[in-house]
Design a protein around this ligand. Structure first.
Ligand code: UD1
Length: 427
């Protein structure tokens, strides 16, 4: 199993290219199921989750072809074609390993009139139910049946009649499944209290490019006029705002001057505002975002919230950055009940963090010290890398497969700007 070794103390300077967004890619890929024509996605990140999603689509009858990108290039182009859907089930084994697999539910139902997915169960960051995904499909006219850990959605006569769902809380995943199910509905579908994340806008833009009519893109009310004549498209995945924010936190704590080329500041205002409040210099320009810091940071009070609020996916990385701020920060996690699994690991490196209910108080310390650490999820793993960049001695980050799910060639990107970081393979 691979490990990543970080020796702290280096400032970072240079350029980091920002990859295509993982969270966007994983909702654009299943759109291939909506049409028998080819869908070409550009700027797809090279990540384990994208490969796994491709394998799931293959099992459903969708072919995937990667165009000849050179190994040294970041990103790649994939053409998907679901000429005929040959299976309508996402089995437990796959959903268990990759929660995003539940995003085949909406498009499979829309295309084949029936879809079965395994209920995902809990995960490292919380309970994460899918009841809102199911309620949305039901509201659009699907008949639902749950047996033996699987849920089946069926559309009478093959197509959903349409309808309206008012979500009681904002859910990114449920909004995505609802949008894809609505894309081929016979009547109008309305989503109230829809998620407004940039990845939702990316999904809407692809569906529009495929022939669906959507009003209210980027707002909390989406009105979708479905069509059974969806066609193929070529579409470029948006830049990864979480990857860009993570590297900005790395520069914040380590000090230095780094250009995040390809990042889109418009998608990242809450993150950029928080960085500025902490004392990091952030300059938005035409090609990306330039971040510079002398490593001297002030404390913050932050609470996670749906977009345009401060993203839950940035909480762990900010916490790592604030372990060395001058003063006490308070971070409150409102989206997931158990998203502080990085706290004990950061504490082993010398951080002073106390969790009380949904909030964590982070008191800045003068020094962090490298240690063997491991995390149970993707963003938590990144927080350990960020802390490792300033820790004295060596930080040995285990369970690197979490990082490989969401950061395209992390160690290459960080060592190119001066970090002392390497991947070690034990096998
Ligand atoms: C969430 C984040 C997203 C992040 C992703 C991975 C939000 C709003 N969503 O998306 O930014 O990229 O995790 O870290 O910040 N819920 C239900 N029933 C459901 C679905 C969700 O009760 O059927 C609840 C969840 O438990 C959670 C909230 O709604 O408290 C938001 O969840 P949701 O947006 O659906 O989660 P993801 O799509 O995984």
């Amino acid at each position: 199993m691979d490990r990543i070794l970080v020796r702290g103390g280096n400032r970072l300077s240079g350029t980091i290219p920002i990859s295509g967004a993982k969270n966007s890619a994983l909702t654009l890929l299943p759109c291939a199921l909506l049409t028998d024509e080819p869908l070409t996605l550009r700027n797809l990140p090279r990540l384990a989750d994208v490969d796994s999603f491709g394998h799931l689509l293959n099992q459903l009858g969708c072919s995937t072809m990667i165009e000849g990108a050179r190994p040294e290039d970041f990103g790649r182009v994939m053409t998907l074609r679901a000429g005929k859907v040959t299976a309508t089930i996402a089995p437990y084994d796959i959903v268990r390993k990759m929660r995003a697999s539940i995003l085949v539910l909406g498009p499979l139902l829309a295309r084949a009139g029936e879809a079965t997915v395994s209920l995902p169960g809990g995960c490292a960051i919380g309970n994460r139910p899918i009841d809102l995904h199911l309620k949305a499909l039901e509201a659009f006219g699907a008949q639902m049946e749950t047996t033996s850990g699987y849920v089946t959605a069926r559309a009478k006569d093959g197509r959903l009649p349409g309808g309206k769902i008012i979500f009681p809380v904002v859910s990114v995943g449920a909004t995505e499944n609802a949008l894809m199910a609505a894309a081929r509905a016979r009547g109008t579908c309305v989503i109230e209290n829809a998620a407004r994340e940039p990845e939702i806008v990316d999904l809407c833009n692809l569906l529009v490019a495929m022939g669906v009519q959507i009003d209210g893109i980027g707002t909390e009310t989406l009105t979708i006029e479905g069509t059974d004549r969806l066609h193929g498209a070529t579409y470029r995945v948006m830049p990864d705002r979480i990857e860009a924010g993570s590297y900005a936190c790395a520069v914040g704590i380590a000090g230095g001057d780094v250009d995040l080329v390809g990042a889109n500041p418009a998608d990242m205002q809450a993150t950029l505002g928080a960085l500025r409040d902490a004392g990091v210099t952030v300059e938005e320009h035409r090609k990306g975002i330039r971040v510079s810091s002398d490593g001297k940071l002030g404390p913050l009070t932050l609470s996670t919230a749906p977009f345009p609020g401060f993203a839950t996916d940035m909480q762990a990385q900010f916490m790592a950055m604030l372990t060395k701020a001058g003063g006490a920060s308070v971070l409150t996690e409102t989206i997931f009940e158990n998203r502080y699994m990085h706290v004990p690991e950061l504490a082993r490196m010398g951080a002073d963090i106390q969790v009380r209910g949904r909030s964590a108080v982070v008191r800045g310390v003068d020094r962090l010290v490298g240690a063997p650490v491991m995390a149970t999820d993707l963003r938590a793993s990144m927080s350990l890398i960020i802390a490792g960049l300033v820790a004295e001695g060596e930080t040995n980050v285990q369970r690197v497969y979490h990082l490989d799910r969401g950061y395209e060639r992390l160690e290459e990107k960080l060592s190119a700007v001066g970090a002392d970081i390497e991947r070690v393979s034990d096998g």
